[in-house]
Design a protein. Structure first.
Length: 276
């Protein structure tokens, strides 16, 4: 049965238990006390204790300490559930609705890809069939050069210069068009710019007349799991147009990351600080 927006079908005790879980999940490493839970969720301490102990018994929470010093944290059940969710919902399928919305919004090809042994591999793609769409990436799963790809650039921006050198060892920075960046110093500078603004731009660097803009996607562990991009024909688009599109792509990437369980922390600021 579909959920009712006015809460008509809500089970209040279940809502309370879920609120407790969400509060525990938001806590620091040391965990939370019964008093903190009771105060935060608005229930008597005795009721909070019963809820907490029930969740501990089921493996959803763990506890340590005694008496007033007892603290509660998330239990191992969530690791099992996270693994089951991953198996039931392959990432490529999960991102498709977001890619569809992005493609509809921009009238461009929207893609999701990962970095695999120095190459970009697209796992999902959506397009509108608009005149701006271009068939330059006909197959999913094909290995593509990363240094001249919006997906590749933004994924490489999560790494240090030495790590980028290791990842691209044996591949290098081969020329694709007259705009391809082919020297390491310039490419390092390009990755720094990408980190600072939170999105990458491929301005006719892989194919003449074709551009792409990409941004990072995070999962529930706040780790990068891939990137999304929008790409199409350059036509009369200016540098300002690409920057504006980059801001939009970054917003879509943030929303998708939230859908995948990422926290609300400022990933862009962390990325801009550079790899550690």
């Amino acid at each position: 049965m579909a959920a009712n927006q006015d809460g008509k079908y809500e089970v209040k005790s279940l809502v309370l238990a879920l609120t407790v879980i969400e509060f525990v999940a938001s806590a620091k490493d040391a965990g939370v006390s019964v008093s903190q839970v009771a105060r935060t969720v608005g229930t008597p301490k005795s009721n909070a204790f019963r809820i907490l102990q029930t969740l501990v018994a089921r493996g959803y929470l763990s506890d340590h300490g005694e008496g007033p010093g007892r603290r509660y944290q998330l239990g191992t059940m969530f690791l099992r559930l996270a693994n089951a969710a991953t198996l039931q919902r392959p990432l490529a399928e999960v991102v498709k609705p977001a890619l569809h919305r992005l493609s509809q919004k921009t009238n461009l090809i929207a893609r999701f890809g990962i970095l695999d042994r120095g190459y970009v591999v697209a796992l999902a793609r959506e397009e509108t069939g608009d005149r701006d769409s271009v068939m330059v990436w006909p197959y999913l799963g094909r290995r593509e050069l990363a240094h001249c790809s919006a997906l590749g650039k933004v994924l490489l921006s999560t790494k240090s210069d030495s790590e980028v050198g290791d990842v691209l060892a044996g591949i290098g920075l081969p020329l694709r068009t007259q705009k391809t960046i082919t020297d390491w110093r310039s490419f390092s500078h390009e990755l720094s710019i990408t980190r600072a603004r939170g999105f990458s731009i491929d301005d006719e660097e892989d194919f003449d007349g074709v551009f792409a803009v990409g941004a990072l996607v995070y999962d529930h562990t706040d780790q990068v799991v891939g990137a999304i991009s929008a790409c199409g024909l350059k036509l009369e688009r200016s540098s300002g147009d690409l920057l504006a599109l980059g801001t939009l792509i970054k917003r879509f990437a943030t929303e998708l990351s939230t859908d995948l369980g990422a926290s609300q922390e400022d990933h862009q600021a962390i990325a801009a600080a550079g790899p550690v």
